[in-house]
Design a protein around this ligand. Structure first.
Ligand SMILES: [Fe+2]
Ligand SMILES: [Zn+2]
Ligand SMILES: [Zn+2]
Length: 404
């Protein structure tokens, strides 16, 4: 049975909406304005991206349904309305499309459910790995992106020990993004005063580049040299979405405070080679219309002084410190020592990362990094999966401020 076949339609008494009954028993309600603005007749349907065939502002605000009917085979809904601006126009919507766009509570719930992240326990799951030589096959490419979508990161092994190799890896998915530190940056102890990453000091868990409206999506860190004699320097990764879901359950009031209070992030440096003045203000946790966690901003190292209303100051620090303690719990932390030739590839809008302190002991630890777009990765992942026959794959949540 094709579940997207209509079996009945009723106009509600106010003539402001219709209820449709589907062959599988599902019931949907569609509002007259929604139906008019989503008409898929030959005149109204968009056939080219960006095209606009319905001029909403020309319509009166009080549209009403005059007539609603189904075609004989139940594959089209047709409506005539009071307030139409095109002579003789009949709203025509194919049933397959109409069903897929249903906005009843159950369908909205399913839409969010399908995109919900599934978390793994770092104490039970090994660090995901893939070999560099697999990246150029369709199967390898899909597997690579799937690890990042499912777990938030992957370690790519046997990457050639060449300058800029991480750019070549990144460009297999998306163009490399410009950032405060250029396109390609080194992470090594070079006595630089630009960033603490260029030292041997421990780095707290953080997400990069919070001083922008949106930080870069994917970060690549390629170990060009990580000598065995170097003591320490392990990489740590934490799925912040996992932490935040737990935090919301354990401390709902603190969670709300961190959704509300704006934290200033800045990188202001007039002494560096390319002086910069970057500053923005946003809350630690970002939720959306459906109360889904859709993003976060977490980097104590580039926070600027908090300037908020007095009644929130103590509450904010208490909530923040609770969260800060939580992210370090064993149940959340992946730990991995990069080997020379390994490349850490992770979603910077989902995974916090850090590095333990190290002592070089006469050796060297040198990483090279760049960023690419996580949205391009997701797009490529969905296209690739569907072209390979997995038509049911959905675009999951990736931390870009949206739940869908
Ligand atoms: Fe970082
Ligand atoms: Zn139309
Ligand atoms: Zn529905």
């Amino acid at each position: 049975m094709n579940s997207a076949i209509l079996s009945d339609v009723y106009i509600n008494p106010e003539k402001k909406s219709v209820e449709t009954i589907w062959k599988d028993g599902h019931r949907s309600i569609y509002h007259v304005t929604w139906l008019r603005f989503n008409c898929r007749c030959k005149v109204c349907k968009r056939t080219v991206i960006g095209e606009l065939n319905i001029h909403r502002s020309q319509f009166p605000s009080d549209l009403r349904i005059n007539d609603a009917r189904l075609t004989k085979d139940g594959s089209f809904l047709e409506l005539e309305i009071i307030g139409e601006v095109i002579d003789g126009h009949v709203i025509t919507i194919d049933s397959g499309w109409l069903k897929s766009a249903c906005y009843c509570d159950q369908c909205l719930q399913d839409m969010l459910q399908e995109r919900t992240l599934h978390f793994v326990d770092p104490t039970k799951v090994e660090v995901p790995k893939i070999d560099y030589n697999e990246l150029d096959t369709q199967k390898g490419l899909l597997n690579w992106m799937k690890q990042v979508i499912d777990i938030g990161f992957v370690v790519i092994q046997n990457v050639p020990l060449e300058e800029g190799a991480c750019i070549k890896v990144g460009e297999k998915i998306s163009p490399v993004l410009q950032n405060t530190y250029g396109k390609l940056f080194d992470v090594l102890d070079n006595q630089s005063t630009e960033n603490i990453a260029n030292s041997q000091i421990w780095l707290p868990l953080h997400t990069d580049q919070c001083h922008y409206e949106a930080g870069p999506g994917v970060q690549l860190l390629h170990a060009l040299q990580f000598d065995d004699c170097v003591r320490g320097g392990e990489s740590l990764l934490v799925d912040m979405f996992y932490v935040l879901e737990t935090f919301r359950k354990e401390s709902p009031e603190d969670f709300d405070i961190l959704c509300k209070v704006p934290v200033p992030f800045g990188t202001i440096d007039y002494q560096r080679k390319n002086p910069c003045h970057l500053y923005t203000r946003k809350p630690v946790i970002v939720t959306d219309y459906d109360d889904q966690i859709v993003g976060f901003n977490f980097n104590k190292g580039i926070e600027e002084p908090l300037r908020i209303h007095a009644k929130y100051v103590e509450k904010f620090y208490q909530a923040y410190n609770k969260l800060d303690r939580m992210i370090n719990r064993n149940e959340f932390v992946f730990k991995h020592r990069l080997r020379t030739g390994e490349l850490l590839f992770f979603n910077n809008r989902r995974m916090l990362h850090s590095r333990e302190a190290y002592m070089s002991n006469g050796g060297r630890r040198r990483l090279q990094g760049c960023y690419i777009s996580m949205e391009e990765l997701r797009s490529k992942y969905v296209v690739c999966a569907r072209l390979m026959g997995n038509l049911d794959v959905v675009a999951p949540k990736i931390g870009n401020g949206s739940a869908v």
